[in-house]
Design a protein around this ligand. Structure first.
Ligand code: C5P
Length: 239
């Protein structure tokens, strides 16, 4: 299967490359690299690409079992996943269970790691130039990025993803602090969960210790980050 996954490079981001196989499928390749602060800090992280691809495949397959439609088709067992091509909605959907990160910067009245009375769902416009600003549901509708119905579906899906992942994490002694999702629309106009779900896009703690990219943001080496991803995969039973 993996040998058929050839295509034209259509996008290169900080952590991934995307190739177009045909009208229907894309290949996402996870790089052995880690970046933080909009790419200002960047290091070679041998093994990270495979670990993040494995995490994404594992979480997407788990969510699929719970009926959450997502773009994953297959994983090559290494750094690539085969996914369905979608029309992407250019917003980041963040779900938060505890106060952390950019939430604390905009709302300093809440103490770090306070558990929210219910999970927060927020939207950010995908824009490196503007540093992914927080936007409202009305902003999204008025800009024509998604309909109100689609946004409601996205919120419901994001909350379901949170319940499924939080329950899994709790069963392994882990705490899911927050995570980021992206969505696209398929040819039948269904909203579909897309992009990645990995230590790069979530905060996960074990006994207060990060097993996610926050380690690197806080100054740890790329090697320590790779070790943390290995530990997370072992705890979750990810190959
Ligand atoms: O920085 P912030 O607190 O907004 O991040 C919330 C969550 O979303 C974190 O788990 C972070 O890793 C993730 N995130 C992401 N990509 C971004 C911004 C945030 O995966 N561009």
């Amino acid at each position: 299967m993996a040998s058929n996954w050839v295509g034209e490079l259509i996008y290169e981001g900080k952590a991934k490359r995307v190739y177009r196989v045909n009208n229907e499928f894309l290949v996402m390749e996870f790089k052995d690299e880690v970046t933080a602060f909009d790419g200002v800090r960047k290091e070679y992280a041998p093994g990270k690409g495979r670990l993040a691809a494995a995490q994404t495949a594992f979480f997407m397959r788990l969510l699929d079992k719970y009926g959450i439609r997502n773009h994953l088709v297959d994983w090559d067992g290494d750094r690539k996943i085969l996914v369905r091509s979608l029309k992407m909605i250019p917003i980041e959907v963040i779900v938060r269970n505890y106060a952390y990160g950019s939430f604390l910067r905009r709302m300093p009245l809440v103490r770090p790691m306070t558990k929210f009375s219910r999970p927060l769902v927020e939207f950010h416009l995908k824009s490196d130039e503007l540093h992914d600003p927080l936007i409202t549901m009305d902003d999204i509708v008025e800009a024509g990025l998604a309909s109100r119905e689609q946004i409601n579906e996205i919120v419901n899906t994001a909350l379901s993803v949170n319940s499924i992942l939080s329950e899994l994490m709790i069963s392994r002694g882990l705490v899911l602090v927050d995570f980021k999702l992206e969505f696209g629309v398929d040819k039948s106009n269904n909203v579909v969960l897309a992009d990645e779900l990995s230590g790069d896009t979530m905060r996960v703690l074990i006994n207060g210790r990060h097993l996610d990219k926050e380690l690197f943001r806080k100054g740890a080496s790329a090697m320590d980050l790779v070790k943390a991803y290995e530990e997370l995969n072992k705890l979750l039973g990810i190959p």
